[in-house]
Design a protein around this ligand. Structure first.
Ligand code: HEC
Ligand code: HEC
Ligand code: HEC
Ligand code: HEC
Ligand code: HEC
Length: 369
């Protein structure tokens, strides 16, 4: 009897825990969709929206399901279904439908059924055109459509609310984080409170020259679908601004300013800004160095934040670095943006080398008297 009661109690607690965890995780972001322009794949759209399609294909959204780091991380974590809600957001992109969890701990076991709407060809589309543009049987966009589109259109501005569901994630169960694990949208709201005026789209999808947005259409001031990000060094420099560098005998002070619209770095916790002071000998070889990192460090699996030295929106910060090297002939300051630690097992599984994982932002050398 005691044993039976104990078992009922354990089953009850498991249902309670699995429901709690399931409801805390992201839900499928979009309803099922029927094609209204010949197909749900972005290549179909590319037949007429040629320039936008070629720009999108190169973007992080176009490559979201081809990105070696994502694929390596996804496999490393046992392919949890939730990743796909943001990285392959259409119902039709996913092989399984998930309706709950059988178990949340110690193993993570979702309740799945085969998805009758699944189209395997859509998987590599990543975040495709219809994920952002197809709503209630029409394509939404900023203009009154001209020409004869093969699909219904509706004039409706796409605002930052479009970006929020994927660029903000607040896990509460089992998390001891002081702020959401993925907080770009919340950080942007802080940027606005601090007087920042731009939105995600103005910075990341700046206006293009007037060009037809569909073959044969009138020239329009469209938006750059390449999506600017940290691998575009000029764009990165507009966010990671080196305002001043002052050298001493064995020291340097470096003043940074965050000109982006959120924290810097934001989102992916592997991102790191490194500020380095190096002492060089007469031949330019490094004989001593010191560095400081700006990064949010989150320890898994328990989700504990062990450090957060990211720059707040619009923050200016001065770092002081010191090296001891009496024979130094010059000092050099460098600022580097690291996408991922090359020694991390996920980066190694992705087959990416250090050069592909860092973006040099700044370098200045001063000869010593
Ligand atoms: C709430 C939406 C969301 C979910 C769920 C999600 N991601 Fe992401 N992921 C993003 C966004 C947005 C970015 C881009 C952030 C950035 O560039 O820093 C990203 C970036 C990444 C990156 C960095 C890619 C690169 O090139 O550096 C990896 C790796 C990644 N995600 C893996 C995963 C895995 C694995 C899961 C599931 C365990 C997952 N993501 C779940 C939204 C999500
Ligand atoms: C046969 C050609 C053709 C195909 C295929 C096509 N479109 Fe269009 N689309 C047009 C034309 C023409 C317009 C009107 C352009 C204009 O007004 O400048 C248009 C307008 C749009 C607009 C509205 C722009 C605005 O603000 O008015 C969106 C969004 C759009 N298409 C998305 C898509 C997507 C997504 C797909 C693929 C699923 C697609 N289109 C497939 C021809 C096409
Ligand atoms: C991450 C979301 C997102 C994706 C993916 C996306 N777009 Fe857009 N698109 C936008 C935004 C935002 C605008 C600008 C809306 C505004 O100005 O109100 C836009 C604008 C447009 C316009 C109007 C003309 C212009 O350039 O402003 C067309 C047409 C269009 N997109 C087609 C496409 C096609 C085709 C694809 C796929 C190849 C695509 N979009 C992928 C978000 C997206
Ligand atoms: C359906 C989910 C989804 C939506 C909607 C979405 N994003 Fe993303 N975004 C992602 C994911 C996932 C990544 C990371 C892909 C990767 O690198 O693996 C990403 C990456 C990015 C990046 C990084 C670019 C780079 O070069 O590294 C930027 C910037 C970005 N998104 C801006 C936006 C903006 C602005 C909007 C709204 C107009 C938006 N996103 C809407 C999921 C989304
Ligand atoms: C004032 C311009 C500005 C605004 C507004 C802005 N960003 Fe950014 N964003 C940047 C700059 C500059 C970078 C490159 C520096 C970096 O990666 O942190 C960046 C980087 C990113 C990245 C890539 C982070 C990484 O390291 O991979 C994502 C994702 C992103 N922004 C999403 C957004 C979203 C979503 C919004 C709106 C909620 C937004 N941004 C608003 C300027 C802006």
């Amino acid at each position: 009897m005691i044993v039976t009661l104990g078992l009922v109690g354990a089953v009850g607690a498991n249902v309670w825990l699995t429901d709690l965890v399931y409801n805390d995780l992201p839900q499928a972001p979009l309803p099922p969709m029927d094609p209204i322009a010949g197909g749900l794949d972005s290549a179909t759209c590319g037949g007429c929206h040629t320039q936008i399609h070629s720009a999108w294909k190169l973007s992080a959204h176009g490559r979201a399901h081809l990105d070696p780091l994502y694929l390596a991380d996804f496999r490393d974590q046992g392919e949890p279904y939730v990743c796909e809600y943001c990285h392959t957001p259409l119902v039709e992109q996913r092989a399984q439908v998930v309706s709950g969890l059988w178990m949340a701990w110690p193993a993570f076991v979702p309740q799945t059924t085969a998805n009758p709407r699944h189209d395997p060809a859509l998987r590599t589309d990543g975040i495709g055109c219809v994920a952002c543009h197809q709503r209630d049987g029409a394509m939404i966009g900023p203009f009154e459509a001209q020409g004869s589109p093969p699909h219904p259109t509706r004039k409706e501005a796409l605002g930052v609310e479009l970006c929020r569901p994927c660029h903000f994630l607040d896990l509460k169960v089992g998390s001891e984080l002081p702020r959401p694990i993925q907080d770009t949208f919340g950080e942007w709201e802080e940027y606005r409170r601090l007087g920042g005026e731009k939105d995600c789209i103005e910075c990341h999808m700046p206006r293009t020259e007037p060009v037809p947005v569909a073959l044969g259409g009138p020239p329009r001031l469209g938006r750059d679908h390449r999506l600017k990000g940290p691998t575009d060094v000029n764009f990165l420099r507009s966010g990671l601004v080196v305002r001043a560098v002052e050298f001493g005998d064995q020291t340097a002070t470096v003043t940074l300013y965050n000109g982006s619209g959120h924290r810097l770095p934001t989102a992916e916790p592997q991102r790191r800004v490194e500020v380095i002071l190096e002492a060089l000998d007469g031949r330019g070889a490094v004989i001593a160095s010191a560095s400081e990192s700006l990064q949010r460090v989150i320890l898994l699996p328990k989700l504990i934040e062990s450090a957060d030295t990211t720059l707040r929106p619009r923050e200016e910060r001065t770092l002081a670095l010191h090296v001891t090297a009496d024979s130094a002939r010059s000092l050099r300051v460098r600022v580097v943006f690291h996408l991922w630690d090359p020694d991390h097992h996920v980066a190694r599984a992705a087959g990416l080398r250090e050069e592909a994982l860092r973006v040099p932002v700044f370098s200045q050398t001063k000869a010593l008297p």
